[in-house]
Design a protein around this ligand. Structure first.
Ligand SMILES: NC(=O)C1=CN([C@@H]2O[C@H](COP(=O)(O)OP(=O)(O)OC[C@H]3O[C@@H](n4cnc5c(N)ncnc54)[C@H](O)[C@@H]3O)[C@@H](O)[C@H]2O)C=CC1
Ligand SMILES: O=C(O)CCC(=O)C(=O)O
Length: 526
């Protein structure tokens, strides 16, 4: 498939009038062909008009047709073949194995949402039949189903060019809900974005859907993203990126005459609690496991273990020695963009320069452009509690070990943490009581609590929560990974005494869709 550098607006490919740009291979610093054109207000207007025009037809597609659309997108992505992986490698510096795995995750995610669409429980159909004889007042016939919010703006993330980008979780869940999608592609991987965008566009056409179901826009500054979120036809936003970017888009969305929800996944330092017995029994293995998680993908995961908490003593020293050895042997790796690399170096310099922080280890020296040397620091619980800046995410392979006096100090630190995507406990059976005391705090702070694993690598499944209180996300009630992500783009509508022939199929008598429905409070398939 050829990459042309055009934006995809409905069925047409379009060269915008704003400044052109090229992707950069971060491993060499070289600009890649072709030149991509940037869009502005005119392209936003066209894409949103088409999306709005498509909405009513798309939202009432049959469950089977919509599921087949998601499966066609998945197949079309696979059919691009190796060209997709090669382009993504060049644009991101990420290795082949990682990108092949990410493609599998992306395709699997689309197929999982197809199953969800078919199964139909997301419609949450409820029927409270009329009670004309009820006294003192009769009850009307009241029915409820969920409908999609409307066209969704999706911002592709830099660090997952497939799974959190053009056909990533935000797009898959919005399509599953019945929302047209306008993607603002990330400028770091425009060629990858165009290839995937063309795969989606072909699926829209072959599934007989209106062209406005999908558009892909590019633009260099903030203008295009701002215009997209401000457009009155956009009804929700999905975003993964920086806290600054997420906050800026939340501000735009809240200032609209009709404010809309922004589901932004932003920043998280993912605390790991090294419980005493676990540390005593396997400090060395934990040290190695930690470094493997920290350095994976050059640390460019929002689930990266950015802080560790352990109790002072010889077992923690053994953990540190093992981690220092593993980290010292970790090679420098190419980061996604020169900007992300510069932000990592600045964050590491900030920690290294703090009087309260000691540098424990750095990874191997850099040997090419945009490479990052992993970094491991330590501080005390008192110092951490005194300086809120030590909580700021350093995006990349940098982590801070907080030395605590006892389990109570660990809990005190946990209480001061901002909202997190994850919280991890490394524990043995004897640590259970201490962990039980910690869990209520962790539940308030994080979207996912895990034991004896590492937070990087999110499973795409029904029970997953990839979310959490601010600043991990802008809305703690949601997840951006897993099938519950569909909820973000739905809202309930109630039908009171609506004549049977005007009711949507989901809540009709006789249950033509064969859904699980709550009838007078009882769940069943009647
Ligand atoms: N927590 C996480 O999952 C991630 C965090 N980051 C953080 O973000 C930093 C920069 O990386 P990027 O991926 O470029 O994230 P970013 O937040 O700068 O950009 C993400 C997308 O949002 C758009 N955008 C950003 N600010 C905007 C604004 N004010 N108005 C309109 N559109 C806006 C950008 O054009 C881009 O398409 C990294 O150094 C890292 O600190 C990056 C990726 C993932
Ligand atoms: O750890 C993962 O698999 C997902 C990480 C993520 O969501 C991110 O880095 O934006």
């Amino acid at each position: 498939m050829t990459i042309t550098g055009e934006m995809l607006i409905g069925a047409s490919a379009h060269r915008g009038g704003q400044g052109g740009f090229r992707a950069v291979d971060p491993a060499t610093g070289e600009a890649l062909d072709p030149v991509f054109s940037g869009g502005g207000a005119a392209e936003v207007e066209r894409a949103c008009a088409l999306a709005w025009a498509a909405f009513d037809a798309f939202r009432e597609t049959g469950l089977e047709q919509r599921a087949a659309f998601l499966e066609t997108v998945a197949q079309n992505i696979l059919d691009i073949g190796d060209g997709l992986i090669v382009r993504a490698m060049a644009e991101t510096g990420l290795p082949r194995a990682r990108l092949e795995g990410e493609r599998g995750r992306t395709v699997g995610q689309l197929r999982l949402f197809a199953q969800v669409v078919r199964e139909g429980s997301w419609l949450e159909a409820r029927i409270d039949p009329a009670m004309p004889a009820r006294t003192p007042l009769p009850r009307a016939d009241i029915r409820q189903r969920h409908i999609p919010l409307g066209p969704v703006a999706v911002f592709g993330a830099s660090n997952f060019p497939l799974a959190f980008s053009v056909a990533g979780g935000d797009t898959a869940s919005a399509f599953a809900a019945g929302c047209p999608v306008v993607v603002k592609g990330h400028g770091a991987h425009p060629g990858t974005s165009e290839l995937v965008g063309r795969a989606i566009r072909a699926a829209v056409a072959s599934c007989g859907l209106p062209e406005g179901v999908f558009s892909l826009l590019f633009g260099t500054g903030n203008e295009i993203g701002t215009a997209l979120v401000a457009d009155p036809r956009i009804k929700a936003v999905g975003f993964t990126g920086s806290r600054r970017g997420g906050l800026a888009l939340m501000e735009v969305a809240s200032r609209r005459p009709e404010p809309i929800p922004v589901y932004a996944e932003m920043s998280s330092i993912n605390p790991v609690f090294l419980m005493p017995t676990a540390l005593a029994s396997r400090a060395e293995a934990l040290g190695k496991g930690f470094v493997a998680s920290l350095t994976m993908g050059a640390g460019q995961f929002c689930t990266n273990p950015g802080i560790l908490l352990g109790i002072e003593g010889p077992d923690l020293d053994r953990f540190v020695a093992a981690a220092v050895e593993a980290l010292g042997a970790s090679s420098a790796s190419t980061m996604l963009t020169p900007g992300i690399h510069a932000a990592f170096d600045a964050g590491v310099a900030r920690l290294a320069g703090s009087g309260a922080v000691t540098t424990l280890a750095r990874g191997m020296a850099c040997s090419g452009p945009n490479q990052a040397q992993a970094a491991f620091f330590t501080t005390t619980a008192d110092a951490f509690l005194a300086d809120t800046e030590l909580q700021e995410e350093v995006f990349g392979a940098a982590s801070l070990l907080i030395r605590c006096g006892d389990v109570a100090a660990m809990k005190a630190v946990a209480e001061t943490l901002e909202g997190q995507l994850t919280a991890t406990v490394q524990m043995d059976a004897e640590d259970k009581a201490a962990v039980a005391a910690l869990i209520p705090t962790l539940e308030r702070k994080a979207g996912r609590i895990l034991a004896n694993g590492w937070p990087t690598g999110v499973e795409v499944c029904h029970a997953m929560v990839h979310g959490g209180p601010f600043p991990a996300t802008s809305d703690a009630r949601s997840t951006s990974v897993g099938t519950l992500a569909i909820r973000r783009f739905l809202r309930p509508v109630c039908y009171q005494d609506i004549p049977a022939e005007l009711l949507p199929e989901a809540v009709r008598d006789g249950n033509p869709l064969g859904l699980w429905r709550r009838i007078d409070g009882t769940l069943g398939q009647d």
